[in-house]
Design a protein around this ligand. Structure first.
Ligand code: AMP
Ligand code: ZN
Length: 480
């Protein structure tokens, strides 16, 4: 089954196909702004994109997918944070990039093939701005900034369907000085010593020193690494306007051809019914959750437990449900392994080594669901349905379940879920941990969630995780 995905531009579900003669599928995903921790809302977007990347690799071949995800390491927010902490910009952005990468590894995200930074591609951005100025799509403002002249691109608004009147209001609020028209947006921002400190580069020909506007970075990185036309461009729904609308305008006016053949936007993760965001400060990080004893794989599972194009409300209960769901998959895998075809250590890569990689047993429906507009929640539902319905032989059997192991291994690769299949020596929790667990269970029953939360952290700090069920709990030693 081919991969079909909703396209935000045409508002239809369309098949994904590489368009270049080399057969390489070109995929650009807008990356994080590195001035604060990435929260699990950001990671919902990156995990969803990671599943997409995995499907593309399975469909077209691992060496036939080129995935770029950038790092925004210069913009108003990064500069603002550096100023607030009185530290050089690079100190701030390198610190948060390192932590971002650690979280990506813990969440089992495949590294993109290229991870360009905005500060590392100033030349490419300046070149594009110069072309836009030469072609009459951009102009220098009196203060030395450069703006994109919206009136020169009649296709503007095609992605977001934003009406001209709304556009004027939105942009007028954002930035109104020095422009010919309030709707024009900045490609290059003139240096302002009091705001920018030491952050500045030589500008495009005819403009002053300064720094790039945010939108131009993705247009320039995408062009330099993937070419003028890419096969898929993705990001969270908040990027649809103005970021992606502006990217289309810049790229198409500069390159004279279609920028992205397919656009995909995933919806936000909510907490207490509102969008989780760095600026609101109402967020969970992966580290917060790991400190409370949750496994990153449970977080990854919980982030995939809703349809990516629908908002998902994050709760600790959803994490408990994810923990139990993973345990059920692990039990199924262990039972299959008990027939002796392969060892637990061979399981993760088994689908790549088996000589029947295209054969599906009972889990073919999971692949079909993921290929049907990335329906992760339905796919997980079908996975559990198939596992629950699976009939193992009652007595000894010569059948070694190679197909079932291969397809489960492949399905785990698609979801990016690592299973714990090695038999753990089940350690017995020491008395002081059991005492803390009892206190936490009582606090939870009394709905004193603050105390219950604090105790969970204390238990995790001592190396134990408390797994809640409806009727009780169990204690497991955390992996070292
Ligand atoms: P930022 O670091 O703010 O540039 O965001 C990085 C990515 O996370 C972008 O694709 C955003 O659209 C996405 N994003 C931001 N907030 C959320 C959220 N609450 N849920 C899902 N994705 C988000
Ligand atoms: Zn972008």
């Amino acid at each position: 089954m081919a991969i079909r995905l909703f396209d935000s531009l045409t508002r239809t579900t369309r098949e994904l196909q590489p368009s270049h003669a080399d057969g390489v599928f070109r995929f650009y995903n807008c990356g994080p702004t590195v001035y604060a921790p990435a929260h699990i809302g950001n990671f919902r977007t990156f995990v969803v994109n990671d599943v997409l990347r995995r499907l593309l690799e399975l469909e077209f071949g691992a060496n036939k997918v080129k995935h770029v995800r950038n790092l925004t390491d210069v913009d108003d927010r990064t500069i603002g944070q550096a100023k607030k902490e009185s530290r050089p910009l690079a100190d701030i952005t390198q610190h948060w990039t390192k932590l971002f990468h650690e979280d990506c590894t813990a969440l089992n995200l495949l590294p993109p093939h290229h991870e360009p930074t905005a500060t590392g591609t100033i030349k490419e951005q300046v070149n594009m701005i110069e072309v836009l100025m030469e072609k009459g799509h951009a102009y220098r403002a009196p203060d030395g900034s450069v703006y994109f002249k919206l009136a020169t691109f009649p296709g503007y608004g095609g992605l977001s369907r934003i009406k001209e009147r709304e556009l004027k209001i939105t942009n007028a609020v954002a930035d109104a000085d020095h422009k010919d028209s309030v709707s024009d947006f900045a490609l290059w921002k003139a240096y302002k010593p009091e705001e920018d400190g030491a952050v500045k580069w030589p500008g495009p020909r005819g403009a002053g020193e300064g720094r790039p506007g945010w939108h131009i970075e993705c247009s320039a990185m995408s062009k330099s690494l993937l070419g003028d036309t890419i096969d898929l461009h993705t990001g969270g729904v908040d990027l649809l306007f103005p970021h992606h609308e502006n990217e289309i305008a810049q790229s198409q006016c500069c390159n004279g051809t279609t920028f992205a053949r397919h656009w995909y936007h995933s919806e936000h993760l909510l907490v207490d019914g509102t969008t989780m965001s760095k600026s609101k400060g109402n967020y969970y990080t992966l580290r917060d959750l790991v400190a409370k004893g949750y496994d990153p794989m449970a977080v990854r599972y919980a982030l995939l437990a809703g349809h990516p194009r629908k908002q998902l409300n994050f709760t600790l209960d959803s994490l408990h449900a994810a923990e139990s769901a993973i345990k059920r998959i692990e039990s199924y895998a262990k039972k299959l392994l008990s027939y002796g075809a392969i060892t637990a250590a061979e399981f993760p890569d088994y689908f790549k080594t088996t000589d029947k990689p295209k054969v599906w047993g009972v889990l073919g429906i999971v692949w079909d669901m993921l290929c049907d507009d990335l329906s992760t929640a339905l796919a997980l539902g079908h996975l559990h349905k198939a596992i629950n319905a699976f009939q193992f032989p009652t007595g000894p059997s010569p059948y070694r379940f190679e197909i079932e192991l291969a397809e489960l291994s492949k399905v785990m690769f698609m979801f990016g879920l690592r299973l714990s299949l090695e038999e753990k020596k089940s350690a017995v929790a020491p008395a002081e941990i059991t005492a803390l667990a009892e206190k936490r269970w009582a606090a939870k029953a009394a709905k004193d969630f603050a105390t219950a939360d604090a105790l969970r952290k204390e238990i995790a700090a001592a190396g134990w995780s408390m797994l809640d069920r409806k009727d009780g709990y169990s204690l497991e030693q955390l992996k070292k």
